[in-house]
Design a protein around this ligand. Structure first.
Ligand SMILES: CNc1nc2cc3c(=O)[nH]c(N)nc3c(CCc3ccccc3)c2[nH]1
Ligand SMILES: [Zn+2]
Length: 373
């Protein structure tokens, strides 16, 4: 097998491309959608379920795992792979974004981010060195640098000042983890808000530091689709073509397609897992809100074209019953299905790119999932 970090490009179609990324826990075909497993579990699923639905790489959260059960404990017990029984690739976020979106009291200084735990209010400091140490303890295959995800609507002066700090933090993360040490990769994160020249400035600085892959941060933070697509189209091509490009926090089916068209290789989003828990199911015939009365006596499968256990075994009537009755099995079956949908959608996208028919595939999927997800 190639050394971790090896990224081999396959056939492309316009700016869309296929590739293969080697990690210490296996190879990933790109473009890839990565299910979020914040607290060391993709909610309601076992690792064997993830294998069954062909999930290739999952996400963990430095912020959550540091606070509970503690990265030192996870390290003592053999690392996150062994702790959660998942032997495939794991990518962990640095915690920067989670601090801004979850914790109370936070202060940003040159040193790092001080914050209060959302669990017990205790005070903590995330410095670049600290978040690298946490991710090394967890043993993640891909570590993200500490960055400031600039809030939507931040003015130019704040955005420009922030990207400078994010670059200095990126340098400190790089210094704290020698390239490829222990097979653990590190991705840089480009900020710059919604200012194209600041995005270019941030990209240039982060690329100059040098990473195994590059992420576009600061998006999917409440902006309109048009605003995200405008920045995406401009910033994605600035990232080195020979390294993986990761669009953080994206997204709905049509956003994944737009991202792939712009040359993005990796995506993450809570949509399939979160929507599963509120009964919004994605099918190849469009969206199904399983709680609707129209499914009360519907003996047909959720999606007759879907190979997942839920669609092979149960009726819409039963899935609706579980949801209405708030049965735990509802989470599991709905999540199995939604993640299978995303996995198949990405597999078909990779195939469409290989066969030079991505534009047609994108149009077909967009017809199913019109504006607003
Ligand atoms: C939903 N929208 C969304 N926009 C994001 C922007 C950033 C950003 O600018 N910087 C960082 N570090 N992360 C971001 C994330 C979190 C992605 C994630 C979650 C869980 C596990 C692993 C990774 C974002 N998520
Ligand atoms: Zn299914």
């Amino acid at each position: 097998m190639n050394a971790p970090g090896t990224f081999t490009l396959g056939p492309g179609d316009g700016s869309a491309r296929t590739g293969r990324l080697t990690t210490a826990h296996g190879e990933i075909e790109t473009p890839v959608f990565m299910p979020v497993g914040t607290q060391g579990t993709v909610k309601s699923l076992c690792p064997t379920d993830l294998q069954d639905i062909k999930a290739r790489i999952i996400l963990g959260n430095t912020y959550h795992l540091y606070l509970r059960p503690g990265d030192e404990l996870v390290a003592k017990l053999g690392g996150l792979h062994r702790f959660m029984g998942w032997d495939g690739p794991i990518l962990t976020d640095s915690g920067g974004f989670q601090v801004f979106s979850l914790s109370g009291l936070r202060r940003i200084t040159e040193e790092g981010v001080t914050f209060a735990s959302h669990i017990d209010g205790s005070k903590h400091l995330f410095s670049p060195e600290k978040v690298v140490s946490i991710q090394r303890n967890l043993g993640s295959d891909i570590m993200m640098v500490l960055d400031e995800c600039v809030p939507y609507g931040a003015d130019r002066a704040y955005t420009e000042k922030s990207l400078g700090l994010t670059t200095r933090w990126a340098r400190r993360c790089r210094e704290a983890h020698p390239a490829g040490d222990r097979g653990q990769l590190m991705f840089g994160i480009v900020q710059g808000g919604f200012f194209k020249d600041l995005r270019a400035q941030s990209a240039e600085q982060i690329i100059e530091v040098g990473f195994d892959g590059y992420a576009l941060g600061g998006l999917s933070v409440g902006e309109s689709r048009a605003e995200m697509y405008d920045i995406l189209g401009d910033a994605a091509p600035l990232l080195p073509a020979e390294r993986p490009r990761y669009l953080m926090g994206v997204g709905a089916p049509r956003d994944l397609l737009a991202g792939m068209a712009a040359g993005i290789d990796m995506f993450d989003c809570v949509l399939p897992t979160r929507n599963a828990r509120n009964g919004t199911l994605f099918t190849f015939q469009g969206k199904v809100n399983i709680k609707r009365a129209e499914y009360r006596e519907d003996d047909s499968p959720l999606d007759p074209t879907c190979p997942c256990y839920a669609c092979r075994t149960f009726s819409r009537a039963y899935l609706r019953h579980l949801y209405i009755a708030k049965e735990l099995l509802s989470y599991r079956l709905n999540t199995l299905h939604n993640l299978t949908f995303f996995s198949i959608m990405m597999e078909r996208a990779r195939q469409a790119i290989r066969e030079g028919r991505f534009a047609a595939y994108r149009a077909e999927m967009e017809a199913l999932y019109p504006e607003g997800e």
